[in-house]
Write a protein that binds this ligand. Sequence first.
Ligand SMILES: [Zn+2]
Length: 361
Amino acid sequence: MAKPLTEEKLRELMTKLRKGATASFTWAQYQAVIEAIGGTMVPTVVGAPLSYDHEGQTYDSHINVYPDKIEAVLARFKQFAGTAKPPTKIKVGMLYLTSVSEDTRHPSPDSRYFEFTGYLGSDGYRVTLPNGEQFDVMLDVHDARNHAVRILETGETKKPRLHTYKLSGWLHQQGWEALAAQYLGVEEHIPGAQRTKEGTGTCPVCFRNIKLDDRGHMVLHGYQRPGYGYVIGNCFGVGHPAYETSRSGVDAYLQRALKPELQSLTERLRKLQAGEVNEFLVPARSRRDPDVLVRRGHPDFEDVLKRETDGTARRLKDVQGEIDVYTWLSEHWELRDLPTPGSFEKPYYSLAVRAKAAERR
Ligand SMILES: [Zn+2]
């Protein structure tokens, strides 16, 4: 059980959640809202795998070792080597290696390259929603691999940090913005002064309640991608009529933003996979350091290429998912009344996400 929050705090979180603004949520806050909507979130300790399968191929973790580090790394391989399975009592931050093999594909002549498989002890959670859907939160394979390499290189056994984005992504797919709206909706009063809904409408792009100009179009407002909660410049919906009165903003967003983005990501992925990208500018780890130009032949090149390829593939999937949702919103559009003072905002976007998810089952 999470430490109980005050009703006021819980409502504040639900209000953020309803808008998809969960970027600042802590694990304890996730736990509180999940329990409030009738689900459970139980802490676990798991062995996060260090390899993963993709399109029929298994990708192991690897480490590139320079001569001055080789003895220390070989000693750590021995220290962590052992069982075929992680032991029943897994320790968070502990490395469990099941195999280590040297590979002859040396990325540079004076270093040695090893592939290894196994597990990294990670904090985790088992989340169950009221509809029975379940999700196991654990360290992402990329984070686990990076952490394992750091342990092998330095011997440090700091706890790996678990990020919330996987959980928020899954919960978003489950349409939990709508559950939060329901939670808030069953209450008779919404505390605090409520902004009047007169002269407002739902933005056809970010699906927030926005003021209308005298022609019934969206006034200037920042872009908040539904379900992600971050703001980037002006919203594409500015100048378009409200979703209640027209589908034209949704269609324009599909044709002029999402589909071109899909096309450019597809092309980028093709180039990455065809080996046509020969350099990357890698952002510095801290603001004091300069960005690093990694060219083909650089010891990190293969790692960076892999990361870029995976990231692009992931973004491509996200954009395809958004295209599906906005297409659904366009196809199922119907003329509705604009919101009236005190009326409850209809979560069109979340409803579309849920409807799409239900279609896929
Ligand atoms: Zn907008």
